[in-house]
Design a protein around this ligand. Sequence first.
Ligand code: ADP
Length: 170
Amino acid sequence: LEAKEEFSHKTLAMDVMRPRRSDPPLSVLTQDGMTVEDVETMITDTTYSGFPVVVSHESQRLVGFVLRRDLTISIDNARQRQDGIVSTSRVFFTEYTPPQPPNSPPPLKLRGIMDLSPFTVTDHTAMDIVVDIFRKLGLRHRLLGIITKKDILKHVAQIANRDPDSILFN
Ligand code: ADP
């Protein structure tokens, strides 16, 4: 058991964070430039509960985090109720929406459904600290990767080798 605790202490966020090197890259949305169709494709091609929103693929700078459920609801609503929102409409998570070129469909503004301050830790943060943060704040995710509650539960279960549900959130 001592050996396990030792291991737990030395595990870093990078060891638990997804994706692993061999996995497909993190699925992110960009704050501007995507179309409704691009976003819908990301929703149907993945099963993740949410997506980091970044400035651009090049910068990967984190802007916020958006839940899959909220994206789906907002797009469905907009398609039904907002005049002119179609597959080729541009999606904006930015504060300012530039005027759209003539003859292009109206933009879909989704800043309102974005969490602007998702909790972040560096990949070098010790996992016992990350576990503590999840415990105390009831949390979710990050950018080099992402750590969900289940990732943490699996990690803790591995370390403690017992029922994960009995450990973290009770
Ligand atoms: P849960 O862990 O509760 O099943 P998800 O379905 O969102 O939640 O995540 C499944 C796995 O995929 C987790 O290991 C998580 O770290 C990872 N993951 C979550 N969101 C993304 C994303 N946008 N891109 C890549 N991997 C992700």
